[in-house]
Design a protein around this ligand. Structure first.
Ligand SMILES: NC(=O)c1ccc[n+]([C@@H]2O[C@H](COP(=O)([O-])OP(=O)(O)OC[C@H]3O[C@@H](n4cnc5c(N)ncnc54)[C@H](OP(=O)(O)O)[C@@H]3O)[C@@H](O)[C@H]2O)c1
Length: 242
């Protein structure tokens, strides 16, 4: 198969709903705003989607769409707990986090829990880990609170640790998240401006990355922009296959 054939197959996989009917995806942060949007997209595509919820109450919205949840506290879950949660999954998405909240939560979730998740992924061959991170150098022009400064420093530290793992990882760094409707177009690359982007577009890019195994061990920045998501992800895949 030539690289052109591979590219064509890749693009078909991105467009063809039947390409991933049995893909199993586990989402840390499935109860969050991006996590829910991503879970819905993946379910619509036929993937088997599950995730961690810290509520012991059933999540009727997720259940109604056919998602399953495991109840647990990510901050307390051990590596072996996490390994059990993700054992059946092909792809693990880490979309949980403090969102620049209390420093102790940032330490526990955005850093320590992510390390345990990546340790778990490292114990099983052929699993991918996709991290929803942040542009760590964002907002240098602003006076940030101590919690926000701590958050950006911890996110960078957590990224460094992940990139040193011998696993198939992708880090996606979106700009400021908004709740408006997605545009379906983005700017995606190794370095992008920090402006803002709809969570729906972030979920769509995560979905496309999940369907694009050629993108591996890369950090990608994401902002609003003019390129369709299929084309943006396809361009990155082609660039890395060349
Ligand atoms: N806000 C921004 O502008 C921005 C910009 C760039 C990147 N990001 C990144 O994008 C991620 C997702 O954003 P979002 O808007 O979807 O966030 P969100 O709605 O606040 O969702 C965060 C998720 O993390 C979970 N979580 C938080 N603390 C936890 C804990 N102690 N134990 C277990 N789970 C915990 C939440 O669970 P519950 O539902 O139980 O609370 C939820 O599922 C953020 O974490 C951040 O790293 C954010």
């Amino acid at each position: 198969m030539t690289s052109r054939d591979t590219t064509a197959a890749t693009e078909r996989a991105c467009l063809d709903d039947s390409a991933a009917p049995t893909m199993r995806v586990f989402i840390f942060g499935i109860t969050g705003r991006v996590g829910r949007l991503l879970a819905t997209r993946l379910r619509t595509r036929g993937a088997i989607v599950s995730g961690l919820s810290r509520s012991s109450l059933p999540d009727s919205a997720l259940e109604a769409e056919g998602m399953t949840t495991v109840t647990g506290e990510l901050g307390a879950a051990t590596t072996s707990d996490i390994t059990a949660m993700i054992s059946d999954s092909d792809v693990v998405v880490f979309a949980a986090g403090s969102n620049a909240g209390a420093q102790s939560v940032t330490d526990d979730i955005d850093d320590a829990a992510l390390r345990r998740v990546s340790d778990s992924v490292a114990t099983t061959p052929r699993k991918r880990l996709i991290l929803l991170s942040v542009m760590p150098e964002a907002w240098r022009e602003r006076q940030l609170s101590d919690d926000e400064e701590h958050y950006f420093a911890v996110k960078k530290r957590a990224e460094i640790a992940l990139t040193r793992q011998p696993i198939d990882w992708v880090i996606l760094r979106p700009s400021l998240l908004t709740d408006g409707p997605g545009q379906g177009t983005v700017a995606l690359g190794p370095a992008e401006f920090h402006d803002e982007i709809a969570r729906d577009d972030v979920a769509a890019v995560l979905e496309a990355l999940i369907l694009e195994p050629a993108i591996s061990r890369r950090i990608l920045e994401l902002n609003n922009g003019p390129t369709t998501i299929t084309e943006a992800v396809g361009r990155i895949a082609r660039a890395y296959q060349a």
